[in-house]
Design a protein around this ligand. Structure first.
Ligand code: 2AM
Ligand code: CA
Length: 269
């Protein structure tokens, strides 16, 4: 993509502005590890501040658009057909522990379709972006493509786990048990948005997670699809942005992973 569209330009500007502040905060967090209370409250404040920066930037550029944000929830604008979906820090626990693997995720949803997505990893200064029908790219213009690996044994597959519900814990462990039988190289990085960006970049071959929110995945889903990968829900054909569960992979292994996860789900039922 030679020149960025106005929409992407706005989104990237907002992500980079918040990213500059978050990088400074992240430096502080490293200092706070030794304090007994830890950096929890500080990170909550940083998270909210970053979301406000993104909100203000986007609202300035598109005053009528609506918002769906991890911290602020839904903000209905005059234009309900267009909504920004925002996660100011995806990978909050990494951020809190001084682990440089977290990102800002911003998507534009228009009449139920994700039209643009930006995922910015400020600690590594990597910015991934995509626009519907235009492909997925790394900042600087490098085109992203999902990997071509097709045997699960040589694939790197990421997953995520959150929550304390014992039933969900059992479901997660059972699914993982079945996955590692065929795909032993599993990873758990702690940022759903970056997992998806890495599939788009061909670094990861697959990713699945069972409890997930729209702001974790909206931008990443577009990135994966625009890079030639596949994304679906695990259980049915519902839209993975909103279904709360997701499987994303290159086209060769998406079906294999889906089969394993669906049969693990049936065994549990
Ligand atoms: P967060 O860092 O913004 O909280 C890790 O597996 C992924 O799950 C991260 O993207 C993380 O986003 C997300 N996550 C953490 N807690 C969650 C919850 N209670 N519900 C849904 N997603 C969650
Ligand atoms: Ca998140």
């Amino acid at each position: 993509m030679a020149t960025l569209s106005p929409t992407l330009t706005i989104m990237i500007r907002a992500a980079e502005k918040a990213g500059r502040v978050l990088v400074r905060d992240f430096g502080e967090v490293e200092q706070l590890q030794v304090s007994r209370k830890g950096p929890g409250d500080f990170v909550t404040a940083a998270d909210k501040r970053a979301e406000e920066i993104i909100f203000e930037e986007l609202q300035k550029a598109r005053p009528d658009y609506s918002f769906l944000m991890e911290e602020g929830g839904k903000v209905e604008g005059k234009d309900p057909d267009n909504a920004w979906i925002i996660d100011p820090i995806d990978g909050t626990h990494n951020f809190m522990h001084g682990i440089p693997h977290w990102c800002i995720s911003i998507a534009l949803e228009s009449k139920g379709k994700i039209l643009a997505g930006v995922i910015y990893d400020p600690a590594k200064d990597e910015l991934f972006y995509a626009e519907k029908g235009m492909g997925a790219f790394l900042r600087g213009g490098k085109r992203l493509r999902a990997s071509g690996r097709n045997d699960l044994e040589s694939c790197v597959v990421a997953t995520g786990y959150t929550g304390k519900d014992p039933a969900y814990r059992t479901a997660f462990v059972n699914a993982l048990n079945d996955i590692i039988e065929d795909a032993p190289m599993i990873r758990r990085f702690g940022s759903a948005a970056l997992d998806l960006a890495y599939i788009a970049a061909g670094r990861l071959d697959g990713y699945y997670e069972m409890l997930i929110k729209p702001w974790d995945v909206a931008a990443g889903i577009l990135l994966v699809r625009e890079a030639g990968g596949m994304v679906s829900s695990i259980n049915d054909r519902s839209d993975p942005v909103y279904s709360g569960n997701i499987i994303a992979a290159n086209t060769h292994i998406h079906g294999d992973l889906l089969k394993i996860l669906q049969s693990a789900g049936k065994k549990a039922a």
